[in-house]
Design a protein around this ligand. Structure first.
Ligand code: NAG
Ligand code: NAG
Ligand code: NAG
Ligand code: NAG
Ligand code: NAG
Length: 279
């Protein structure tokens, strides 16, 4: 235990001195060691704000909007370079948009920005940072495909894909009436992205149109799924089926050959008869 703690202490000490080195890199080489050690202290006290707020924020917005964020350094004794990140990736900024204050424009906001954080960091010490997380709100959008026709007694899944913020309330309908969830026959799997109905051992009465419905404060949407239940096909051994196909094919081929010969003979006869009458 003690040894592990000691190692942890040593590594944290090493990390700190590494950090100090990184921070001191811009300083001229001739600076005394004491000043080098004090430099990180000078960075503290410096504060960042986005649009005049020094707290991390959540910004509610909509797809297609334009959002402009101003990040400003406060209590700095010298010019400070700032850098924006989208998630963990650096945003490229123009040269005139980096010192003391920097503007980030999100144009247009898209659905894929939902939940993404935009962070402004002090380049000299990236632990000094502030961020805005986007809450991009949009009405529900449903997608999905009809399942292939299913034989009686088999299970079938109807998968309705949901994209909505805030999360929508979901309901399944069959032939326009709300589905009564009979125990054991139906199963519902519901996540933030999927609303899936499983029907166990389908029978003919399950055939029909199923509707996935999503409702949120921003709107609603319905998506239809058509389920076709087919008769259960009797299952034969594969060899017997192949043998049967071969027999049928051979019979058909012989039949055609035999008929063609007959037709051939007939046409010969009909050709011969006029020449006879001509004589
Ligand atoms: C910050 O606040 C000042 C004073 O209230 C105001 O003049 C300035 O426009 C604000 N800046 C931003 C980016 O909102
Ligand atoms: C931030 O401030 C700028 C300038 O005052 C303003 O145009 C912008 O809408 C503000 N952004 C937010 C998210 O409040
Ligand atoms: C600037 O620093 C002073 C003293 O450290 C502090 O009281 C003040 O709140 C700081 N102002 C800002 C905007 O960070
Ligand atoms: C940034 O702020 C510092 C401290 O207030 C100031 O000395 C410097 O001139 C400013 N630089 C720019 C480019 O605004
Ligand atoms: C089965 O459902 C499909 C799709 O909804 C429909 O087109 C078809 O008429 C139905 N068949 C029967 C026999 O009900």
């Amino acid at each position: 235990m003690e040894r592990i703690e000691l190692v942890a202490l040593m590594t944290s000490y090493l990390n700190r001195s590494e950090m100090a080195q990184k921070i001191c890199l811009p300083a001229p080489y001739g600076v005394p060691v004491l000043a080098v050690l004090l430099l990180p202290c000078l960075v503290t006290g410096v504060e960042l704000a986005i649009n005049n707020s020094s707290d991390n924020q959540i910004l509610s917005t909509k797809p297609g909007r334009e959002e402009s964020l101003w990040c400003t350094v406060h209590n700095n004794s010298r010019a400070e370079e700032l850098r924006w990140y989208r998630g963990d990736r650096t945003v490229n900024l123009k040269d005139g948009n980096k010192m003391n204050t920097t503007n980030l424009c999100i144009l247009p906001v898209s659905k894929t920005d939902n939940g993404v954080s935009f962070t402004c960091k002090l380049v000299r010490n990236e632990s000094i940072q502030i961020s805005v997380t986007l809450d991009v709100q949009f009405p529900p959008l449903l997608t999905g495909e009809d399942p292939p026709p299913v034989e009686e007694k088999n299970d079938v899944k109807l998968t309705c894909h949901v994209n909505s913020n805030p999360q929508a309330e979901m309901v399944w309908y069959k032939d326009n009436s709300p589905l009564t969830l009979k125990r054991g026959r139906y199963q519902i799997h519901h996540t933030s992205e999927v609303f899936q109905l499983t029907i166990k051992k389908v029978d003919k009465s399950d055939n029909g149109t199923y509707t996935c419905e999503a409702k949120s404060v921003l709107g609603e949407m319905r998506k239809e799924f058509h389920l076709t239940v087919e008769d259960r096909k009797p299952v034969f051994p594969l060899e017997a089926i192949i043998a049967a196909i071969v027999v049928v094919l051979l019979t058909v081929i012989f039949g055609i050959v035999a008929r063609r010969e007959k037709i051939f003979k007939c046409s010969k006869k009909t050709k011969e008869t006029p020449s006879e009458t001509a004589l």
